[in-house]
Write a protein that binds this ligand. Structure first.
Ligand code: 5AD
Ligand code: SF4
Length: 458
């Protein structure tokens, strides 16, 4: 009898359920994981369905249009779930985070009363306090300041006991914000000024990830190659991280051509853990458009920089970002973008139609390009980029490299990993495990992936 009553009184508390939907870039993926870390120490466990969640966080992206509209329609879908939970005597708190929250927070609270909480990308370490305010009945809780305290220090304190698992490959933000003010871009407004995390703090975080089984780290920053802490630049940071036991592969993204210094160019040769892949956006190939974009370099300067990087590192996969239909872009300007792509040749790239962002300089410019023209240019650019991507992948048939096995594939026994050049690679993984690094030989290549056979366990 006694044991039964003990069992009733000591019934373990059920963890609350947290559902996070992430939009946009890898930095948002990282931020969502850190939110999960902080909340796991408040007894929240992740769920992959919103229906029975106690807290739903929409971690939003503002880089291109329709972002806010997507958030409103998601809230429309969540509202009936929140109401049905209320009828069951439970609650669903709805929070909007990220760059849309930062840019349009007030407006969102007015337009969608179902939102309980709004917080920007620099405030999520304050989640415990913000949640308590909502629980105490406060309405329209909003936190979109750029606080002076160190978000990352605070996160490390709040989440040190229970970080969520990260798999074999993890992101780590090392630099945040942007002072470049490209005329089309909202990032300097939503993420704030450039800031680099201290080296020691990053090392501690990477050591924790290594202890969780992570073998590959991708360092993130809006201008990651502008990283600087007391004289240590990105190359120095990569070197120190390469010495951490268990970490076998390092990557970084996204870089700006202006910040590509000689030490970093030498890093691929000097640091065996740095993977041979560089994402270096140029956006356009016409000097007139690059100037209007405030990119602070010409097309020739970019092409010469690529030549120099390739001269020092012959085996490097290059990726980029492009915008078509920037205000004032003529057919002749666009032709110069195509020519630059032909001259440089990319392993892979991202391309977008220009999207007018309120508050940016470009939004005020004359000569906005009609939508149909933007679509037609995007299609031509993507055809060329796709061709280059296929050729790059086809050049790998018969080659061998080390593969980090990351996740199961669709078929029985199949495993998928990433090549050093970031291609997705499918293998028959029988007898092998996720997290292993194996040597493979490539059999087939498509535009989006390679297939290979394991030839030895590395
Ligand atoms: N319109 C279209 N693309 C944009 N990007 C940033 N702002 C805009 C915009 N207003 C693209 C750039 C950048 C990538 C992250 O998103 O190519 O490098
Ligand atoms: Fe935006 Fe330009 Fe800064 Fe990149 S460098 S985040 S495109 S302003």
């Amino acid at each position: 009898m006694q044991s039964r009553s003990m069992a009733t009184t000591n019934k373990p508390k059920m963890p609350k359920k947290l559902f996070v939907k992430t939009y946009g870039c890898q930095m948002n993926v990282y931020d969502s994981q850190r939110m999960g870390d902080v909340l796991s120490s408040m007894d929240y466990a992740m769920t992959d369905q919103p229906d029975d969640a106690d807290l739903v966080i929409l971690n939003t992206c503002h880089i291109r249009e329709k972002a806010a509209e997507k958030v409103y329609s998601e809230i429309g879908r969540l509202r009936p779930m929140a109401e049905s939970r209320k009828q069951d005597g439970a609650n669903m708190m709805i929070a909007v985070a990220g760059c849309v929250a930062q840019a349009e927070g007030e407006e969102m609270l007015n337009r969608a009363p179902a939102i309980d909480l709004v917080f920007g990308p620099q405030s999520y370490h304050r989640l415990p306090e913000l949640i308590s305010r909502v629980e105490a009945g406060e309405k329209n809780v909003i936190e979109t300041e750029f606080p002076v305290e160190d978000k990352f220090d605070d996160l490390a304190q709040k989440s040190k006991n229970r970080p969520l698992p990260r798999g074999t490959s993890a992101f780590v933000t090392v630099q945040e914000g942007c002072d470049k003010f490209c005329s089309f871009c909202v990032v300097p407004f939503t993420r704030g000024a450039e800031f680099s995390r201290p080296v020691a703090q990053i090392i501690t975080e990477v050591e924790q990830l290594a202890a969780l089984g992570v073998r590959e780290i991708t360092l993130l920053g809006q201008n990651v190659n502008a990283y600087e802490d007391n004289g240590t630049g990105l190359a120095g940071l990569l070197e120190q991280l390469g010495r951490i036991d268990g970490i076998e592969r390092l990557r970084f993204t996204t870089s700006h051509p202006r910040d590509m210094d000689d030490q970093l160019i030498a890093a691929w040769a000097d640091n065996p853990k740095l993977m041979p892949y560089l994402h270096l956006p140029v956006q356009a190939g016409s000097d007139r458009i690059l100037k209007a974009m405030n990119r602070q370099h010409t097309a020739d300067e970019y092409v010469s920089l690529i030549k120099k990087i390739r001269h020092h590192n012959r085996d490097l996969a290059l990726s980029g970002d492009f915008i078509v239909g920037f205000p004032g872009e003529t057919e002749a300007d666009f032709e110069q973008t195509l020519q630059l792509v032909r001259d440089v040749t990319y392993a892979q790239a991202y391309s977008f139609k220009y999207s007018m962002r309120p508050g940016t300089k470009a939004a005020e410019m004359d000569g906005q390009v009609p939508e149909a023209e933007k679509s037609e240019r995007l299609q031509r650019l993507q055809e060329l980029l796709n061709e280059q991507q296929l050729q790059f992948n086809e050049s790998f048939v018969g080659r061998q490299f080390d593969l980090l096995l990351e996740r199961p594939g669709r078929f029985e026994g199949q495993l998928i990993g990433r090549s050093p050049y970031l291609q997705a690679v499918h293998v028959d993984g029988n007898g092998h495990e996720i997290g292993e690094i194996v040597k493979v030989a490539v059999n087939n290549a498509g535009k989006n992936s390679l297939s290979a056979s394991i030839i030895e366990t590395a």
